[in-house]
Design a protein. Structure first.
Lengths: 403, 509
């Protein structure tokens, strides 16, 4: 078998192994030295071959000065920061929010290199417990500051039965070749309603990795929105677990890539019990010589009858050199379900463009209008006005930012 | 009937559909008989001597032997692929015999000289070679003896490792068409074989293709010269008979400029406890404005109700649209085999070339199907279309795996893919794994995997004419399935008629 051959380890892998060993994570180090970083042969990394994309890893980040300016200005938000993995809170926590820390990583063990590295390196995670209906947005700003650094951090969020919350995570930092490896574990109690927005605003030199795990109990409703637009290499891996009847998840995401960028959203939704539904919707916009990737897998367990799941990915290519790669996947073991997926890609519709041009709108403006229309489906469901306009502002900035 | 219960079903699932699928249950395999005929079988095992033996048996020139040996050496360094969603015990390649031929066999000849036992076998399979010749008025073919068989089809009958007869050769030769077994082609048309063999599926393409290159035995060779439209359907009928053997078919079809050919393939095997390996390679080459239509009804023995026995069908099929405006169309109806691992593909190299793939895959019992297609867009203005229907019943798993890719220079590549699956019962699985790779901004790809996607316009049209919604849906779905089957030549209609009424209502994506 191919696996029997020893894997040739590159400098990135060597550094990671040393860092894991120094952190006492011998098992993770051992695993990485046997298997190496995932290549395209590893299905969930089919289009993001870390062995070739991640050539080097900087030293582990040292604690840095706290910067208390949040990446998004959201009026009235409760702000938390994680600077080089060290958590701090701005102002008093609102009622019903308990902020604390816990030992070790937060993710469920699974066969995934990024997960192993995160769990191996994280010593202390930030934990949040949300007990009631929150009017304030909880904003968590991840920053990697100073010289190029490798930072792993983790957050665990418990949303109590019947609670409602909006959580925004931003990723940013100094302009250096950082590697960020971020983990989020979120448990939604019965009937909990959560909106979770993550937005990568890192510098172009940074490599950004995020793994988000969601566990939904009966009647829980989740909306996620992942936006990639900063890092040169960005990948978010989503694992929604539909574990309670009538749970529903709208898992959405947007890849915005310009020349030289590579962004990947990979989702694996597990419908474990009967009567759950999910509606993953992803969009990618690529310009210049760039790559946008969306992989979405829907797994319906043997007993998960009456599952209703529909995956959709739409790609828009604004240049001839852009690449949009997608792999929707269905793995279905129950017979009384409605599951489907769709994936399309193409350019802006000539007819629509002509319609606008013939009404005197300049070409660039017409194109921007059409692209905004294309994205609207993702932004419209974000109810909070302040958040919605902040996201719209960032996206507009990208649209006007040229190649 | 299998020992699992007839599943309770959703109301929307058409009862008739279920009955049709259950009627195809593995227990009811009707081609499971064995022909008792003395055979010349190579000792089990695989080494260079066996490769030499096969080459010698086929009276091959030196270059062919070298080609085989090189493939064999390469194969020894390769690993079995494990990415497909199929599970089976590791195959012991040393336990299989790589050559088997009816004993009295001296090489393909005229119908009169063929062992009557063999002709009987083919008649039993619904391919009465002799009657066909008579109906077509071949001189000296004698009087009809049995039920007449409709149609005008030239047949190459492959029995275990050898082609026993090829009909209508003289008629076809008048137009310059070469239709013979690949062994004959290697001897008689070495320049064509040298030029094209391995040019679509390279020797080192994948594990099973490399194995096939080393030990392939027989298959068909078709050459259509410039400007000729093949006047009749060409067909090959593959039969595995001998036990403990593998069949390694090799087919090569070359369509020169401005030609058309339709080729049919059928396959069956006797009921046996052991698993038998069928590893085939099929290569199609279409030059400027040529069109090749390749249809398969795959009905290898699927194993019994307990999953014992059955054929492992590991096949590499690929068509190369080399010329401008060339077209290759694959149609397949897959009902047999314990395991199917098969991805008929099109390389759309010529500008304006077109690839099509129509498939109905039905699995039952313990069958495992992992099938699909690849459409590789390389030329400008190329288009492709994929329609796939998977139906899983019993304890089977049915996977569609496909790739559509447009390379950087494939301006205006266009693809439409639709794949639907239906699960009957709660012990089976249906999976869809498409890879959609657009590396060119002008490419337009659409992929959908759901049955609820019947166009609103069509529904509205039907409903405006007085049909209720259900009737309208049934009409559209049935029309659509028939549309896939229409791509099969008439001769396969008998075989596939049972499947026509299958509706896909209540199916999942």
């Amino acid at each position: 078998m191919r696996q029997a051959y020893p894997v040739r380890l590159g400098p990135a892998e060597q550094t990671l192994i040393d860092q894991l060993k120094a952190a006492g994570a011998d098992q993770a180090a051992e695993r990485l030295s046997v298997a190496g970083l995932p290549t395209r042969r590893f299905e969930s990394y089919h289009y993001t071959d870390l062995k070739t994309l991640l050539r080097s890893v900087p030293p582990l980040g040292a604690p840095a000065n706290q910067v208390d300016v949040p990446a998004l200005s959201l009026p009235g938000a409760f702000n938390l920061t994680l600077v080089n993995g060290v958590a701090s809170q701005q102002g008093e926590a609102p009622e019903g929010v308990i902020v604390g820390t816990a030992h070790g990583g937060v993710l469920t063990t699974r066969d995934d290199a990024i997960v192993h590295i995160n769990s191996g390196l994280v010593r202390e995670s930030l934990s949040l417990s949300l007990d009631s209906t929150l009017d304030q947005i909880v904003q968590i700003a991840h920053r990697i500051e100073g010289e190029a650094a490798h930072v792993a951090d983790a957050i665990k969020v418990f949303v109590a039965d019947g609670a409602t919350a909006t959580i925004v995570e931003t990723f940013s930092g100094s302009d250096a070749a950082h590697v960020g490896n971020h983990a989020m574990y979120m448990a939604l109690g019965k009937g909990a309603v959560v909106t979770h927005v993550t937005i990568d605003l890192s510098a172009r030199a940074t490599s950004h990795f995020a793994t988000n795990e969601y566990h939904l109990a009966d009647g829980a409703r989740l909306r996620t929105l992942v936006i990639h637009l900063g890092a040169g290499l960005a990948r978010t891996h989503l694992f929604p677990h539909m574990g309670g009847a009538d749970a529903h998840a709208d898992v959405t995401g947007l890849n915005l890539v310009s020349d030289g960028q590579h962004a990947d959203i990979t989702m694996e939704t597990h419908h474990a019990v009967p009567h759950t539904s999910s509606q993953p919707l992803f969009k990618s916009i690529a310009r210049g010589r760039s790559k946008a990737i969306v992989q979405g897998k829907l797994v319906v367990a043997r007993d998960a009858q009456k599952t209703d799941a529909k995956f959709m990915h739409q790609g828009l290519m604004l240049s001839d050199e852009a690449e949009i790669l997608s792999k929707p996947e269905l793995e279905i073991y129950a017979d009384d379900v409605v599951c489907g997926h769709g994936s399309t890609c193409g350019q802006l519709d000539d007819d629509s463009l002509f319609y606008l041009l013939s009404r005197g709108i300049p070409k660039a403006e017409a194109e921007t209008m059409l692209v905004r229309g294309f994205i609207a489906e993702l932004l419209d469901p974000v109810d909070d006005e302040g958040l919605n306009s902040a996201l719209q502002g960032i996206i507009d900035g990208w649209l006007l930012g040229g190649k | 009937m299998a020992d699992y219960d007839i599943p309770t079903l959703k109301e929307e699932i058409d009862r008739e559909t279920v009955d049709q699928v259950l009627a195809l249950d593995v227990d009811k395999y009707k081609y499971g008989f064995e022909t008792l005929i003395e055979s010349d079988v190579a000792p089990p095992g695989l080494n260079e001597d066996i490769v030499r033996l096969i080459s010698a048996k086929k009276d091959e020139p030196e270059w062919m032997l070298e080609w085989r040996l090189e493939a064999f050496r390469r194969w020894q360094t390769m690993d079995e692929p494990t990415w497909a969603k199929v599970h089976y015990p590791k195959i012991d390649f040393q336990a299989i015999s790589y050559y088997a031929a009816p004993k009295a066999f001296k090489g393909p000849k005229s119908l009169d000289e063929v062992d009557p036992e063999l002709l009987k076998t083919y008649a039993k399979l619904g391919i009465p070679l002799k009657e066909q010749a008579i109906l077509a008025g071949v001189e000296g073919a004698g009087e009809p003896t049995g039920t007449p068989f409709s149609g005008n089809v030239a047949v190459d009958a492959v029995f275990d490792s050898v082609s026993v007869v090829t009909t209508f050769r003289a008629e076809l030769a008048k137009q310059g068409i070469i239709f013979c077994s690949i062994s004959e082609a290697i001897r008689e048309h070495p320049e064509l074989v040298k030029q094209y063999l391995g040019s679509v599926v390279p020797v080192t393409d994948n594990y099973y293709a490399t194995l096939n290159s080393a030990v392939f035995t027989d298959g068909s060779f078709v050459f259509i010269p410039k400007g000729v439209r093949c006047p009749m359907e060409l067909s090959t009928y593959f039969r595995i008979n001998e036990k403990n053997t593998g069949q390694f078919e090799r087919t090569l079809i070359i369509a020169e400029d401005d030609t058309y050919v339709s080729y049919l393939e059928g396959c069956t095997a006797p009921t046996r406890d052991e698993n038998q390996l069928h590893a085939a390679v099929v290569e199609l080459v279409a030059l400027d404005n040529a069109e090749i239509k390749y249809s398969t009804v795959q009905n290898w023995y699927p194993g019994d109700k307990d999953g014992k026995g059955g054929i492992y069908n590991f096949v590499t099929k690929r068509g190369d649209c080399r010329g401008t405006n060339s077209k290759i169309s694959w149609t397949q109806v897959e009902t047999g085999s314990a395991i199917t691992w098969k991805y008929p593909s099109c390389i759309l190299r010529g500008d304006g070339s077109r690839g099509e793939f129509y498939s109905i895959a039905i699995s039952n019992g313990y069958q495992q199907v992992d099938s699909g297609t690849k459409m590789i867009h390389l030329g400008k203005n190329t288009s492709s279309r994929i329609i796939s229907k998977g139906i899983a019943a019993g304890l089977s798993d049915n996977t569609y795996r496909g790739q559509v890719s447009a390379h950087a220079r494939a301006k205006n590549a266009r693809n439409f893919t639709q794949c639907d699956s239906l699960l009957i019962g709660d012990k089976c699985g249906a999976h869809t794994v498409p890879y959609i790779e657009s590396r060119n901004g002008t490419a337009v790809f659409e992929h959908e995997a759901t049955t609820s996607k019947i166009s609103d316009d069509q529904l509205f049209y039907c409903q405006a004419r007085g049909l209720n919604e259900e009737e309208a849906v049934a009409l559209i779905v049935n029309g659509f399935v028939r549309d896939v089957l229409q791509h099969l030549p008439m001769e396969f209609m008998v075989e596939t008629q049972k499947l026509i009424s299958i509706s896909l209502e209540g199916s999942v994506g």
